[in-house]
Ligand binder design. Sequence first.
Ligand code: NAG
Ligand code: NAG
Ligand code: NAG
Ligand code: NAG
Ligand code: NAG
Length: 385
Amino acid sequence: MQSRVLQLEEGKDPTVLSRTNQSKALPLRLLQLLVLFLALCIAFSFISLYTIRHFGVQSVVTSVKSTFQPCYEEPGSLNKSIRPPSNLIHTMTDKELLWAASFVPRIKKYPFQRVPKIALMFLTKGPLPLAPLWERFLKGHEGLYSIYVHSLPSFQATFPPSSVFYKRQIPSQVSEWGRMSMCDAERRLIANALLDISNEWFVLLSESCIPLYNFSIIYNYVMRSKQSFMGAFDDPGPYGRGRYNEKMAPEVNITQWRKGSQWFEVNRKLAIQLVEDTTFYPKFEQFCRPACYVDEHYFPTMLTIQAGNLLANRSITWVDWSRGGAHPATFGRADITEEFFKRVLEGHRCLYNNKTSSICFLFARKFAPSALEPLLHLAPKVLGF
Ligand SMILES: *[C@@H]1O[C@H](CO)[C@@H](O)[C@H](O)[C@H]1NC(C)=O
Ligand SMILES: *[C@@H]1O[C@H](CO)[C@@H](O)[C@H](O)[C@H]1NC(C)=O
Ligand SMILES: *[C@@H]1O[C@H](CO)[C@@H](O)[C@H](O)[C@H]1NC(C)=O
Ligand SMILES: *[C@@H]1O[C@H](CO)[C@@H](O)[C@H](O)[C@H]1NC(C)=O
Ligand SMILES: *[C@@H]1O[C@H](CO)[C@@H](O)[C@H](O)[C@H]1NC(C)=O
């Protein structure tokens, strides 16, 4: 064994010797090669650095651009189908719009971060005199709501770009109180709001409505509710069952006939049912004519039949019928006092998620334009915004 090791060690020596023989020429060549190699390395790393930066900068620029110019968006990305329409103006007919709004994803879990929004849908003849109150109510809650305004086609809105109502007008057509066209207008509003996949709750409001709490309270109340707030009750009298027409059977049976306030809140599931309906619509169009007011019966009856267990059967919009007559009371400047709001906010009892609650109304009507100034004055103290 020893001899072998020795042999091997001896065998090494000649090479060492031969190296030492070339040792004067080698370092210079090696150095040259090394320098060349280093130079190449540096050059390559510079080139690659530049290309990475170049492409990096380019992709940032295009992605920044793409938020402004959807046309140039990376093809095939999901963004195109989930981003809300940037412009509410479109040229769809009602038929096309309702169809476009009725699309439903079959997979329930969203493959992206979805922050559910509350869609505030204003059905109005013209201006929104209480807009400054709504502006204050919504301030600081961007991304949690969207606004839609349906006014008469002849009306030109003039909100400044800083307003939450700026360019939130949907293409509209004439609507008349108590006729099918009123429900058409409501379905048009819902359908436009459905085009934004983030909208989860849909609230119908009028130009005379006000919010009764701050935004967080209203958002949470609606979000946590297991039921939608559609007023629906069985009124045995002449203004209830008395308006039922037997020709609506078998689609609508008199025991299913409901009446309720026009001002509702529904979730996305029910909103889609309202726009996709082709079963009940023709019945109401044909057989619910004055003195049957279709906007008081169509949605409550239809949803009671299709999804009664999902309804709270009460409206969340407070209104005062105590003065009697065909129209509820309208409140003006002189009515707006702290005592008035005590009456509106307190002393109620209702079911909320199957439990008794003292908060029963989130909105109230009807308020005249003259009420705006005292409302703005009292809101921080009484309404919390
Ligand atoms: C999609 O949009 C989100 C934000 O809105 C953005 O972070 C993401 O990069 C976009 N994806 C594509 C492929 O454009
Ligand atoms: C809304 O009102 C509630 C109760 O008054 C309060 O606790 C909460 O901080 C308010 N939220 C905002 C955002 O002002
Ligand atoms: C209405 O429906 C109820 C129960 O669903 C039934 O008992 C009744 O016979 C129906 N009436 C008519 C007129 O179809
Ligand atoms: C609302 O009415 C429907 C049918 O009329 C019923 O099934 C449902 O339980 C009611 N909702 C509540 C909260 O009572
Ligand atoms: C509501 O409460 C009643 C009695 O407290 C109970 O019988 C019923 O099952 C509850 N409904 C729901 C939907 O939790």
